[in-house]
Design a protein around this ligand. Structure first.
Ligand SMILES: Nc1ncnc2c1ncn2[C@@H]1O[C@H](COP(=O)(O)OP(=O)(O)OP(=O)(O)O)[C@@H](O)[C@H]1O
Ligand SMILES: [Mg+2]
Length: 474
């Protein structure tokens, strides 16, 4: 039953006019009467005698306030309160009863009701209760707007975060951007190295030239050589035409080499030549060509220990690392998490056509307690999937991925410890990392610190030999 009459002009203001209130009472005459009263106050009203219908109203995120009778034959007010809060913890339920007592009122508030009103309802009291709520909504909306504006202040070339650790990174990036020839960006996977590389290029004198990206770990060595340096016709089987590589293509601009620590020693020798002499040779060609490029390389490995282990050329390491910027893990700058959440909610509201306002308090607590092994990329994935599944204005715990819904396991692993065979620990760990990387095996192998082939071999042994689900963004 939908009720709407002309509102009392003096009672109406902007925030009330945008608030939907649901009235549920088994007595249809009360539903009608209350509907009229609320419309006169200036609210939009939806009335029903069916508690199930009212719960759907709550579940669909249509209304934030419910006025509910305590004694209804099909479902009591207490059960309704519990189920409504389960569907949307942000809903405000006001219980109405003809059997009012202070004890039961306190009990109702303890169980999550916003208020507990005696029947017949006192018009002025109801008006005041709803006006307080409308004011609270208004305040929240203003805080939300302020947060949105704050995020744009906290954004720098698409990089959100003003923790002291990030300020250092951005300050260094700004300082070197006018002068760099080679830069090394170190930091764990998903921490934002590519974003920082892009910002450095954008602030550089060659900003109007190309920023070319190559992910060295995503392609096999022979293809990598051809991609970076180009090849001549007939250089290898399938080379049907002569092609320029990325260094020539980006001449005058910047080449970003992601995962430089994954390159083989032969490739490293060729990179050293580019850095030292700005010279390249297309595969299969004796001709030496000069290129004028700036180079930004990134790695999530500790290159110094790679040098010690003989897997990375020492001379290349010293050449690359004359300017080194370390991008901190998200765990080292948890104060950036709230601004990043606001930023990603805005991003995915636009992408999915949603109007999510934020997170419920308990969902926020879960995210602030998490260790973020996948760093900002993991946080972005969490907000993206939660935005997609959430039906309400606020993302709640049940919208978050399953592994986050049981935070105590991650927070206190010792409590859950049991003696397990090493093989089982290994299997569980690999599964969790694969889960974290959304099944992306290249990224998972990197996070596990093992080679791609070792991971493929392991999965094959486990009978999971289907093809990898993707390669990291280049
Ligand atoms: N400070 C930040 N503000 C906004 N978005 C960010 C920030 N840091 C990272 N991101 C986003 O997180 C994702 C991962 O970032 P990026 O690709 O730059 O990480 P990376 O360090 O290069 O990771 P990898 O080592 O796996 O290549 C991207 O979608 C990026 O836009
Ligand atoms: Mg990267």
């Amino acid at each position: 039953m939908s009720v709407s009459t002309q509102p009392e002009a003096t009672d109406r203001d902007f925030s009330q006019a945008t608030i939907d209130i649901c009235v549920v009472d088994d007595d249809p005459s009360i539903v009608e009467m209350l509907g009229e009263t609320l419309s006169n106050f200036g609210y939009r009203c939806f009335g029903t005698s069916d508690p199930q219908e009212a719960l759907e109203f709550v579940g669909n995120g249509k209304g934030r306030i419910v006025l509910c009778d305590l004694k209804m034959p099909s479902m009591g007010g207490w059960t309704f309160l519990e189920q409504a809060l389960h569907r949307d913890p942000g809903v405000y339920v006001i219980l109405m009863t003809g059997f009012y007592s202070i004890d039961s009122a306190i009990e109702a508030i303890k169980h999550g009701a916003y208020d507990y009103l005696p029947k017949p309802l006192d018009r002025q009291r109801l008006k005041k209760t709803l006006a307080d709520l409308a004011q609270q909504f208004d305040r929240r909306r203003r805080i939300h707007d302020l947060q949105q504006r704050l995020v744009s202040y906290l954004e720098f070339h698409g990089i959100v975060g003003r923790s002291p650790a990030m300020i250092d990174v951005l300050e260094m990036a700004r300082k070197i951007s006018r002068h760099y020839v080679n830069v090394l960006l170190a930091g764990p996977t998903g921490s934002g190295k590519e974003l920082v590389a892009h910002a450095i290029h954008q602030m550089s004198p060659v900003a109007n030239h190309l920023f070319a990206v190559c992910n060295c770990s995503a392609i096999v060595d022979t293809l990598l050589e051809s991609q970076l340096f180009g090849h001549i016709r007939g250089a290898f089987t399938g080379a049907t035409e002569t092609r320029a590589g990325l260094f020539e293509y980006a001449d005058g601009g910047t080449v970003f080499l992601d995962e430089v620590g994954e390159t083989c020693l032969a490739m490293q020798a060729k990179l050293l030549r580019v850095i030292q002499n700005r010279e390249i040779q297309r595969a299969g060609s004796p001709e030496v060509r000069r290129v004028d490029v700036r180079l930004i390389a990134a790695t999530n490995r500790d290159l110094r220990s790679e040098v010690a282990a003989g897997r990375f050329r020492e001379d290349l390491f010293y050449r690359l690392s004359t300017i080194q910027i370390r991008v901190p893990s998200l765990a080292q700058r948890l104060e950036d998490v709230p601004a990043l959440i606001t930023f990603f909610i805005k991003k995915y509201n636009a992408a999915y056509g949603k109007q999510i306002q934020g997170l419920t308090g308990r969902a926020q607590t879960v995210l602030l307690r998490h260790a973020w092994p996948g760093n900002v990329r993991e946080l972005e994935n969490v907000i993206s999937s939660a935005s997609l599944v959430s039906l309400n204005d606020f993302i709640d715990v049940h919208d978050l991925p399953e592994h986050l819904q049981k935070p105590e396991r991650a927070a206190t692993p010792a409590k859950f410890w049991r003696p397990m065979p090493l093989e089982e620990v290994r299997r569980e760990h690999i599964e969790r990392v694969l889960d974290l990387c959304s099944g992306n095996r290249v990224r998972a192998a990197r996070m596990l610190g093992i080679g791609r082939t070792s991971l493929y071999r392991y999965l094959k042994r486990e009978g999971r030999a289907r093809p990898a689900t993707g390669i990291p963004a280049a």
